[in-house]
Write a protein that binds this ligand. Sequence first.
Ligand SMILES: [Zn+2]
Length: 239
Amino acid sequence: MNILAIGAHPDDIEVQCAGTLARYAAAGHKVFMAVATNGNVGSPTLSREEIANVRHAEQQASCAIIGAELIWMDFDDEWLMNDRPTRTRFIDAIRQADPDVMFIHGPTDYHPDHRISGQVAEDARIPASVRLVETALPHISKIPHVFYMDNPAGVGFEPEVYVDTTEVFETKRQMLLCHQSQDSWMRAIYGEHTSITDMMTDNSKARGLAGGYAHAEGFREVKTYPRTGTFAMLPGFGV
Ligand SMILES: [Zn+2]
C-alpha cells in the first residue's frame, strides 16, 4: 500500500504517527510524509529563511530514517489558510502519493495550522480523484481511507484504536530528534520544562497504557462517505 501522512509543521508527523509509519515501512509499504508549512517562524534567533532551511534539512533527515519520501509544501508557518492555492497544493500532495491510507490532523487540535491542515487534507481527498479538477498532477484512481492523528499531549483527543509502537519507539524517537531546532524553540515559547521528545515519550506511554502496550499511537477513523477502508488497514490489524 501507499501511506501518506500530512502534518502542518516539520515534526508534527513524527510526534503523532512516526511509529505507525515505521511499522508500515518495515512491512514494505511505501511511506510519504507531507509537510504543509516550512516552519519559518520556529526560531528565537534565526531569520525566517534561515530557520526554514534548517527545518527542511531536519525533515529530510527524519524521512531518511524510514525511507519515507518527503513532500515539502512550503507554506508560511502560522499562516496556513483554507483557500484555493492551499487546497490545490494538498490535492497534488495526495496525487503524488496516491495513498491507500492517509493520516491527518483532527478538528480538535489546539493549533490553527494543524486544524486547517487537517480540514484541507480531508476536503482534498475526493477532488484528488476527479479528472477535471486540473492541477499540476493527473487525478488518481482511488479515494484514500483517512485517520485522524492524536493531538499534542493527547489533549482533547479520545483514540478509538491503538497501534502498538513498542518495537519501533526508538526509531520514532530518533526521527523526532532530527528536529533539534525545535527543542530550544519549544522551551522558549512553552517553558523550560517542555522538551518535545519528553512530551512525545510521555504521550506514547499514556496511549500505550490505554491500549495495552508499552508504547502506542492512537487514531480515530474519519467516518465520511464514501467508506473506503477499515481499521484492518492499520499495522497490527492483519496488514
Ligand atoms: Zn505543529
